[in-house]
Design a protein. Structure first.
Length: 123
C-alpha cells in the first residue's frame, strides 16, 4: 500500500519538473533493508520514464539486486555505501565473485572510538 494515494502522481510531477532544471541526476534511496517502507518497482519505473538524465539508486544493494535493477532500467548507476566501508576492494570482489566481509554495524559507523571503521578484517 502506498504511503499516500497520490504518491505516483507527485513523483511523476517532480521528476518532470526536475527535467526543466536540467539537473545532472536524481539519487533515489530505498532504505527498506533498514526498516523503511519499500520503494515500489512501479514508482521506480515512473521516475525513470519521467526523468531524462541520470538516476542513481542506493539503499541496501548487493550485486544481484543491483544487476536486476539496472537490467530492468530503473536506474543508470547503483551507489554502494556500507559495503565499501568494510570492502574497499568491493569492485574487485564483485568481479571475482569473492565473499564480502561483514558489515560493521551502524553503531560503529559514527563512533569516535577505535572500534569501527579501521578494525575489521579485509579478508
Amino acid at each position: 500500500m502506498p504511503l499516500y494515494p497520490e504518491i505516483e502522481a507527485v513523483y511523476k510531477y517532480l521528476s518532470e519538473k526536475l527535467n526543466s532544471l536540467d539537473i545532472a541526476y536524481i539519487h533515489l534511496v530505498d532504505h527498506s533493508s533498514m526498516g523503511s517502507p519499500v520503494v515500489p518497482q512501479e514508482l521506480k519505473k515512473q521516475i525513470r520514464s519521467s526523468f531524462k538524465n541520470t538516476i542513481i539508486l542506493s539503499g541496501g544493494y548487493d550485486l544481484e539486486r543491483a544487476d536486476k535493477d539496472i537490467q530492468h532500467g530503473f536506474g543508470d548507476l547503483i551507489a554502494f555505501g556500507r559495503p565499501f566501508i568494510s570492502n574497499p576492494d568491493l569492485v574487485e570482489r564483485f568481479k571475482k565473485n569473492w565473499n564480502l566481509t561483514g558489515n560493521p554495524g551502524s553503531e560503529l559507523l559514527y563512533s569516535d572510538g577505535e572500534e569501527g571503521y579501521t578494525d575489521y578484517s579485509l579478508f
